[in-house]
Design a protein around this ligand. Structure first.
Ligand code: SAM
Length: 249
């Protein structure tokens, strides 16, 4: 279970309301039962329940165990915001497939329009989807989900992250999923020293000529996935799976 708090061996903690309710009411843990906590630092913290009441659940932490299941290839997904549940599906599956960062984008042909309040609510919801996917698939590092931004702002912010050091453009490979792309997966090579693939997937309405121009100017090369038009939720997930199979784990 994910908890957003510092964890240290031997500590006895009262869990925040959300995880406490999940462990007590959904998983029905009682005193003496064991569970595993993580806070995104790459480790699992086995724990034993020391108090379980209606209002609080306390645990004592054992020594953490390093979790070694991150891919050697960092994949950053630039995803055109898709409608409701489709976006949840993309975030859930991208997390399972090992993506390290998702940057939702709004472009000229986006069918989803988000005002600031709605964007803020969606972001909180998406972060919950990603955390639940980590719990399910056993990742102990939580992919970063950025706030949805116009394509130009997403491109301007590439290589920066509040949680990571800047990645230089020379260290990343930028790919734009496009049915008319020049490259096929089988032609792709990833040069030595490239540690990150940035993969841009258009929204339901696809890329406009202006979007394509911006992406090409930012160093993206067009990648095609075959002669059929895929839905946005299929395209990104298929490309991530192919990249992990060929170049990561
Ligand atoms: N009519 C739109 C077009 O032709 O671009 C269809 C857009 S498609 C539903 C949404 C996004 O999925 C596209 O912008 C592209 O990023 C990706 N996509 C769909 N099929 C693809 C393919 N065969 N190869 C690469 N990318 C694809």
């Amino acid at each position: 279970v994910y908890v957003e708090m510092p964890l240290a061996v031997g500590a006895e903690l009262a869990l925040p309301d959300g995880p406490a309710a999940h462990l007590a009411r959904v998983l029905r843990l009682a005193v003496g039962d064991r569970c595993v906590l993580f806070n995104g630092d790459g480790q699992d913290y086995p724990a034993i329940v020391t108090a379980a009441g209606k209002r609080e659940l306390r645990v004592r932490l054992d020594a953490p165990v390093a979790v070694d299941n991150e891919s050697s290839l960092r994949i950053v997904l630039l995803q055109g915001v898709a409608r409701g549940e489709k976006m949840d599906l993309i975030l859930q599956k991208a997390t399972e497939l090992g993506v390290v960062e998702v940057r939702p984008l709004v472009s000229q042909r986006s069918e989803v329009k988000l005002d600031a309040a709605r964007a803020a609510r969606r972001l909180i919801h998406w972060q919950g989807v990603v955390i639940a996917a980590c719990e399910q698939c056993g990742r102990a590092r939580v992919p970063l989900v950025a706030a949805p931004l116009p394509l130009s702002a997403v491109l301007a912010g590439l290589g920066t992250s509040p949680h990571r050091e800047r990645v230089h453009q020379a260290d990343d490979l930028r790919l734009l999923l496009d049915p008319d792309g020049d490259l096929a997966i089988r032609d792709l090579t990833i040069a030595n020293g490239v540690t990150e693939v940035v993969l841009a997937v258009g929204p339901e309405g696809g890329w406009s000529p202006d979007d394509r121009g911006q992406l090409l100017a930012a160093g993206f090369g067009g990648l095609r996935l075959g002669p059929r038009i895929l839905r946005t939720e299929t395209a990104g997930l298929a490309a991530i799976a192919a990249l992990q199979a060929g170049f990561g784990d």
